[in-house]
Ligand binder design. Structure first.
Ligand code: HSE
Length: 414
């Protein structure tokens, strides 16, 4: 029997214990050995559970027990998870995690420590919840150069947008519901302001391009400014608004990487990804488009990915999985101001007809769109591709002419 420890008994940690206990026979067959849970680390009290005797408040119990070969770090956050993970790897224990913040900020360092100590550091659950995406990119699609990866990477925001669009639910009520369902982060600002999706696209980019792409290099915008008016214009345009994480390799070798709400045409494979589901499109030079779809958050989907990594570690106790990237730097990423794309703009003016004439004269390929029940001083349009720097300049010029820009949203090519 191989003994494992689970660090953290929150939504994901309790799911990991549940899956390991409920599926112990089939898991033993697939791992080639029985897997026992020796410790569960949590500072809180959990009495009355059938496995209450396994709880410890001391990390040292896990670290100093040579019987524990695999540790699941499902605590979240960088501290103390970083310190605990490092110590486990140095002690020759493999670590699996759902902790996207830790992988996105310290992945290169932890992968190097795992390599030096001939153990594994696996993180399938860090992106896409229950969707297999890390192993598919690193293994099944390894023959490709990755042209682009783009996806709906945050279940909470996708759930909120779906509720707002379909049921006209308020942002606050939809967020509350996502929290009750165990989708949201402890601090849901990480979801709604785009940081969680940013961490995930950083992990996918680092894995695909071999160098660490740090979250602070990535332009990140969440969904807090999205209004139902914009949702109506998106429908009139022929699509929907989704929070997208996207990375593209440019001809100069640098990466165009961003997290922001985008207009997505109804025909896109990502347009129909609703509720807590995530969808990830991987464009390989050999495969063309491959799309991954499934539940991106929640107790059991995420636990499924963590337990799969535990099984993989047990199968590879004396061998390393080749999952690796090295340190990165800012030269890998194109500055956001230089990136080029078309936009949707919603604006306000006392003289809409004159404003429309100004807009058509100033901006490329302007097309106006209309929605029902728009106030008389509101209008909206889309443009052709422009650099972000030119977009910002145009917004300032419009404001000088008394045209107030209420929203500006990227139009995707997905
Ligand atoms: N808060 C995250 C989400 C959890 O909503 O996608 C899964 O990573």
């Amino acid at each position: 029997m191989v003994q494992v420890a689970v660090m953290g008994h929150g939504v994901v940690g309790s799911g990991v214990v549940e899956v390991l206990l409920n599926h112990c026979d089939s898991i033993a067959k697939r791992a080639g050995e029985e897997i026992g849970i020796k410790y569960i680390l949590d500072i809180r009290e959990f009495s009355g559970l059938e496995y209450s005797d396994k709880f410890t408040k001391s990390f040292d119990d896990i670290l100093n027990d040579d019987e524990v070969k695999v540790v699941a770090e499902v605590m979240g956050g960088v501290n103390p998870a970083f310190d605990f993970t490092k110590k486990c790897l140095l002690a020759g224990k493999s670590v699996v995690t759902s902790n996207k913040e830790l992988v996105a900020t310290k992945g290169a360092e932890l992968l190097a420590i795992a390599k030096e100590n001939n153990v594994n550091y696996l993180f399938e659950a860090s992106v896409g919840g229950g969707i297999p995406i890390i192993i598919p990119i690193s293994q099944c699609l390894a023959a490709n150069d990755f042209i682009e990866i783009a996806g709906i990477l945050n279940g909470t925001t996708n759930f909120i947008l779906t509720k707002m669009i379909r049921e006209k639910m308020s942002f606050e009520d939809a967020l509350k519901m996502a929290q009750q369902l165990g989708y949201a982060e402890r601090n849901p600002a990480a979801d709604v302001e785009g940081h969680d999706a940013c961490r995930k696209i950083c992990i996918l980019a680092s894995l695909s391009y071999g160098r660490h792409i740090y979250p602070d290099l990535v332009h990140t915008k969440g969904i807090t400014d999205i209004k139902l008016e914009d949702v109506s214009y998106a429908a009139a345009w022929g699509g929907v608004i989704k929070l997208i994480g996207q990375v593209k390799k440019l001809d100069d070798g640098r990466l165009d990487i961003t997290v922001e709400p985008m207009f997505i045409e109804s025909g896109s494979q990502l347009a129909g990804v609703d509720d807590v589901f995530n969808g990830i499109l991987v464009r390989g030079d050999a495969t063309g488009d491959v799309v991954f779809y499934g539940k991106g958050a929640g107790k059991l989907p995420t636990a499924s990915a963590v337990v799969a990594d535990i099984i993989d570690c047990v199968k590879h106790l004396k061998r390393r999985k080749l999952l690796y990237w090295t340190d990165g730097d800012s030269s890998l990423v194109t500055p956001y101001e230089e990136t080029v794309f078309p936009v949707y703009v919603r604006a306000q003016s006392e003289n809409v007809e004159a404003a429309k004439t100004d807009v058509s004269a100033m901006l490329p390929e302007v097309r106006f769109i209309a929605r029902n029940e728009a106030p008389a001083d509101e209008f909206a349009f889309t443009t052709g591709a422009m650099t972000v720097a030119d977009q910002e300049k145009a917004v300032a010029e419009l404001e000088e002419k008394g045209i107030k820009v209420l929203s500006k949203i990227r139009i995707s090519d997905l």
